[in-house]
Design a binder for this molecule. Structure first.
Ligand code: ZN
Length: 135
């Protein structure tokens, strides 16, 4: 059975090639993720659902080394994980969990690809280095 997404409306699921669900402002073209009902740049409510690209580049990153405060809903047994911003070309910077928590394997500007990973009985989105996902 396919596990459910950690929250509704974040990404297309189930899907062979899942996409993050953002919103694009029809007035000023600004893209947001997660999707919003109005545009934070120009306050227009003329926004449309926008499926984001699956690949981008690592804008910046860090390693989350301790269990985040509530409402963090992850597994009881905490393991450090990478977290960062991935720049989706022409769209938006997405804050995301990374599949890699080893600083030696992360560098700014590296190519990243969207993946769906298990998350305490559900699934959530993350970005993986493209080299890894090709292997
Ligand atoms: Zn706008």
């Amino acid at each position: 059975m396919t596990p459910p997404p950690v929250a509704p409306g974040l990404f297309t699921w189930p899907a062979d090639e899942p996409r993050l669900i953002g919103s694009r402002c029809r007035a000023c073209q600004v893209v947001n993720f997660p999707a919003r009902g109005s545009c934070p740049a120009c306050t227009s409510v003329d926004v449309e659902r926008d499926l984001l690209g699956r690949t981008g580049s690592l804008y910046t990153w860090t390693v989350q080394g301790f269990r985040p405060k509530p409402p963090y809903a992850g597994p009881e047994e905490f393991e450090p994980y990478g977290v960062g911003y991935v720049e989706l070309p022409g769209e938006v910077r997405v804050e995301s969990r990374l599949t890699v928590a080893d600083p030696d394997r992360l560098r700014i500007g590296m190519a990243m690809e969207l993946v769906i990973v298990p998350f305490g009985g559900t699934v959530t989105y993350a970005f993986a280095p493209s080299e890894d996902s090709a292997a």
